[in-house]
Ligand binder design. Structure first.
Ligand code: JJW
Length: 447
């Protein structure tokens, strides 16, 4: 038997996001977001569902705070719905919306739970989308205006801020692949959006420093890890491009002040350019206090001409899969964290999302989600290997506290450690909740 132990000040948390759990989509002055529009457009969501009600967390704050308290986490990562705070995206502030988030933060602090506040978890106000959305450079300043409203209201209460969640999803998955809102399929548009998101990140960090907001600020890219099928240069270069789409594309501008040439050249060959203006990279590369990392899966991959955007194809390595049809690849978690440390230095890292989707069943009031426990254990073992290799990981957040609206998959994909019955909205902590509770209490687990 081995004991997997964690540093005494290691941060244990769970994560959610506004559109996925709040509901109350048309209440108390909230304006529409691109996800309200996208989810109400037939054909976009696999079960034709939407976030109108979701987990109804907007009305169940006490209940969900009690779940967090019972769980024993010392960090709760949530996101703010921009259109709940500024319904039109800019201008008039919705007092009830702002008050909801201050109540949430106050209750967390009362229970000794550190709020980790994500400012952008994809719910762009629809009014801004109608003016060009993230393709319009004006949206950058609209985001900074919104961020300043949140900084001023919650300064001193929220000490960990995240500008953007998964900019890859908010740009390429949303504007090139088209699976997420607003559902475009235009590579140049996606590159423009990615650049403007990074600009919004940089300008918001500048605003954070100018306002002398207490605490730390970072952002949370999602990463994957493609392991080359062979040591052939074509396979290794194909994997580097595939990994770079998530890693270097969103981290080189922030930590190196430049886009990765091996990818800008690849895009240039396809006639794709970056809408770069003088001074942009200086803005984007504002020093951050931490890096959030969202990791779920990896693959074995190799070069394949004319395959996808980067001539790379995934191979079925025979690994087990979650019910999201993703390979379970904890070695990829280790590899990507070591790679990030090697390329960008040992910046403080929070794992801001890691978790598994399984089609859970409630039997006699209990959810025996052993596979989710096994997934989390495997990834915490990999995380522990990273700590032993000197990677500066400060904490870990399970995605997610609650089963919730999983974007294009609606309510068909369950990532929660708490089961939600979407008819009754009843919450049932799963076995993984109790396993995580014990880990947090002990700060170790055995294998
Ligand atoms: C290369 C082409 O690939 C096509 C599909 O590409 C992806 C990639 C990534 C995802 C994805 C989904 N999640 C979970 C969410 N993270 C944030 C939170 O809101 C969770 O709901 N993380 N990543 C989906 C699809």
């Amino acid at each position: 038997m081995s004991v997997i132990q964690f540093p005494k000040d290691f941060v244990w948390g769970v994560a959610t996001s506004a559109y996925q759990i709040e509901g109350a989509a048309f209440e108390d002055g909230r304006g529409p977001s691109i996800w309200d529009t996208f989810s109400h457009t037939p054909g976009n969501i696999i079960d034709d569902e939407n976030g109108d009600v979701a987990c109804d967390s907007y009305h169940r704050l006490d209940e969900d705070i009690a779940l967090l308290k019972e769980l024993g986490v010392n960090s709760y990562r949530f996101s703010v719905s921009w259109p709940r705070v500024i319904p039109d995206g800019t201008g008039k502030v919705n007092k009830k919306g702002l008050q909801y988030y201050e109540n949430l933060v106050d209750q967390l602090l009362e229970h000794g739970i550190e709020p980790m506040c994500t400012l952008y978890h994809w719910d762009l106000p629809q009014k801004l989308e109608e003016k060009g959305g993230w393709d319009n450079r004006d949206t950058i300043d609209a985001f900074v205006e919104y961020a300043n409203v949140m900084f001023e209201r919650l300064n001193g209460k929220v000490k960990r801020w995240i500008t953007l969640n998964e900019p890859w999803c908010a740009s390429f998955l949303s504007h090139y692949i088209g699976e997420h809102a607003p559902g475009n399929q235009d590579l140049q548009l996606a590159v423009n959006v990615a650049h403007h998101l990074l600009m919004a990140h940089g300008k918001t960090v500048q605003a954070f420093r100018e306002l002398a907001v207490e605490g730390e600020i970072g952002y949370a890219p999602n990463v994957t890890w493609l392991e080359p099928y062979s040591r052939k240069s074509e396979d290794m270069e194909a994997c580097r491009r595939g990994n770079g789409w998530f890693i270097e594309w969103f981290m080189d501008p922030v930590f190196k002040g430049e886009y990765p040439a091996f990818l800008t050249n690849w895009f240039a060959d396809k006639g794709i350019t970056i809408p770069l203006k003088d001074g942009d990279l200086e803005v984007i590369s504002q020093p951050v206090d931490f890096l959030g990392i969202n990791y779920y899966n990896g693959n074995l991959a190799r070069h394949k001409a004319n395959s996808g955007l980067f001539d790379v194809e995934n191979i079925d390595a025979g690994y087990d899969k979650t019910d999201f049809d993703w390979f379970i690849y904890p070695d990829g978690f280790y590899s990507v964290l070591l790679y990030v440390k090697k390329r960008y230095g040992n910046i403080p890292v929070y794992i801001t999302e890691n978790g598994a989707c399984y089609d859970d069943v409630v039997e006699n009031g209990r959810v025996r989600d052993e596979q989710r426990i096994a997934y989390i254990k495997k990834h915490l073992i990999a995380l522990n290997r990273c700590l032993e290799s000197g990677v500066n990981i400060k904490g870990y957040h399970v995605w997610s506290l609650l089963d919730n609206f999983e974007w294009a998959y609606g309510y068909t994909k369950r990532f929660g450690i708490v089961h939600v019955d979407f008819q009754t909205l009843k919450r049932i902590p799963k076995d993984s909740y109790y396993w995580y509770q014990k880990l947090i209490r002990n700060n170790w687990f055995t294998i």
